[in-house]
Write a protein that binds this ligand. Structure first.
Ligand code: 6PG
Length: 466
């Protein structure tokens, strides 16, 4: 009997997704290469480890794996993003038939996904670029899945992907057809950009609460109390992290303060720059990670620029909570704005409310705010025009101003908090300073400018020295 679905690559995510599929009753085939220099049969050993996999078919031979699948074949690739995806596609191609479907479930770059889509189309193979969020546990118990492909192709993979996805509050799957080709991976990429900011904001909260003299347990208790109004997955895990001890010290004190990244925040920043969208908080969160990486130079700089002023942070934890709430709204505005602008440029016709909905469970950025946004995006694509959001922002503004001012006065690193209010200050202003920029451009480069109260679309040049 042939399998209904194939899983290629049994790393952490591949293994969890396989077990999830098997738990939902699907007959699956599993493939993994022998690990170099060992004779370990990864797929077979894995199958034997879990009883839900008792009817699954393990392979270490690509041809046999492909032949074990029902046509049109559906093969999900769970391999590292990058060149490996192309190598795997080449390895599979000789054994595939027209109409077969490959699904890339990794964090691939959306531009690459588009290229692979076109390449495989020329070989009559369908390609689905699917963002998968939720880490190891999400993959096992129900991730949020963001598949991009033609709608007809989606129908073939829908029963599988929707069965294994997390469920929202109405028991609907946190998986929906996003749009064509690269759209799924684009949306997942921006999900990660929003994730970078949510993480950085919590790191800045940590900095400020530390400066108020709190230890990690006390900070965890404060964050715990925030769950009642401002819960999110990332807040929850941060509470757990802060409570973790090793010996008589907190583990967080022993972790090297250099933040890594696998590239999605970098790509989101490139995309936002290319599309001309000011998602400033994502860029700022990315650069905060990059700054952290200069550990040695930071240590030296901290000596060079040391001041003898005593810290006097005039803030309550309530101010910090409200500042955090403010910054999160701006983050979600900016992230979804980027998606909306990409949707227009690439003609993806994305549905922001649906995106928020599939992000209410399973994924890393699930939160109470995301649940609220499902409704808000039903009536507008622009968060900053929604009455309830406007009310909230106005109510929270005094706190973010105070938090950022106090942070700066006390020389605390709060770039993301600061960016959130600076963005609103730049955006919610009828007459900006860009008139001066235009004059400067015209002065040195004769780039011309338009005039206020002149709708003739005329461009003017001035001889500035006369
Ligand atoms: C998710 C995560 C996941 C992964 C990222 C982290 O949605 O499940 O975003 O994709 O943890 O690779 O990215 P960095 O390594 O760049 O922080």
């Amino acid at each position: 009997k042939k399998s209904e679905f194939g899983l290629f690559g049994l790393g952490v995510m591949g293994k969890s997704l396989s077990r999830n599929l098997a738990n939902k009753g699907f007959n699956i085939s599993l493939f993994n290469r022998h690990i170099k220099d060992t004779e370990e049969d990864v797929a077979k050993n894995f199958k034997n480890e879990f009883k839900e996999l008792s009817t699954s078919l393990p392979f270490d031979n690509i041809e046999a794996f492909v032949n074990s699948l029902e046509k049109p074949r559906k093969i999900m690739l769970m391999v590292n993003a990058g060149k490996i995806v192309d190598d795997v596609i080449e390895d599979l191609l000789p054994f595939l038939d027209a109409g077969d479907i490959l699904i890339d479930g990794g964090n691939s770059n959306y531009n690459k996904t588009k290229e692979r889509f076109d390449y495989l189309k020329s070989k009559n193979i369908h390609f689905v670029g699917a963002g998968v969020s939720g880490g190891e546990e999400g993959a096992l118990k129900g991730p949020s899945i963001m598949p991009g492909c033609p709608k007809e192709v989606y129908k073939n993979v829908q029963p599988f992907l929707e069965a294994i996805a997390a469920k929202d509050a109405n028991n609907l799957p946190c998986c929906t057809h996003i749009g064509t080709e690269g759209s799924g991976h684009f949306v997942k990429m921006v999900h990660n950009g929003i994730e970078y900011v949510e993480m950085q904001l919590l790191a800045e909260v940590f900095v400020m609460l530390k400066a108020l003299g709190k230890n990690p347990d006390e900070i965890a208790n404060i964050l715990e109390s925030w769950k009642a109004t401002t819960n999110s997955y990332l807040l929850e895990i941060t509470v757990d992290i802060l409570r973790k001890k090793e010996g008589d010290d907190w583990l967080v004190h022993k972790i090297m303060d250099k933040a890594g990244n696998k590239g999605t925040g970098n790509w989101t920043t490139i995309a936002t720059a290319e599309l001309g969208v000011p998602s400033t908080m994502i860029a700022s969160a990315l650069f905060a990670r990059y700054t952290s990486f200069y550990k040695e130079e930071r240590v030296n700089a901290s000596e060079s620029f040391k001041e003898n002023t005593t810290q006097n942070l005039n803030l309550t934890t309530g101010d910090i909570l409200e500042g955090y709430q403010f910054a999160r709204i701006i983050n979600h505005y900016q992230g979804l704005k980027l998606i909306q602008e990409a949707s227009k440029s690439y003609h993806w016709d994305l549905n922001l409310s649906e995106l928020a909905r599939i992000w209410t469970n399973g994924c890393i950025i699930k939160s109470d705010l995301m649940v609220e946004l499902v409704t808000v995006f039903k009536s507008t694509d622009n968060l900053l025009t929604d009455k309830s959001i406007i009310q909230k922002i106005k109510a929270l503004k005094p706190s973010i101003k105070k938090v950022v001012s106090e942070g700066v006065l006390n020389e605390l690193a709060v770039p993301n908090f600061s960016e959130s209010i600076n963005f609103l200050n730049s955006f919610a202003v009828a007459n900006s300073s860009a008139n001066l920029i235009q004059a400067q451009r015209d002065y040195f480069g004769a780039h011309t400018y338009q005039r206020i109260n002149d709708d003739s679309n005329k461009f003017y040049h001035t001889e500035w020295n006369n």
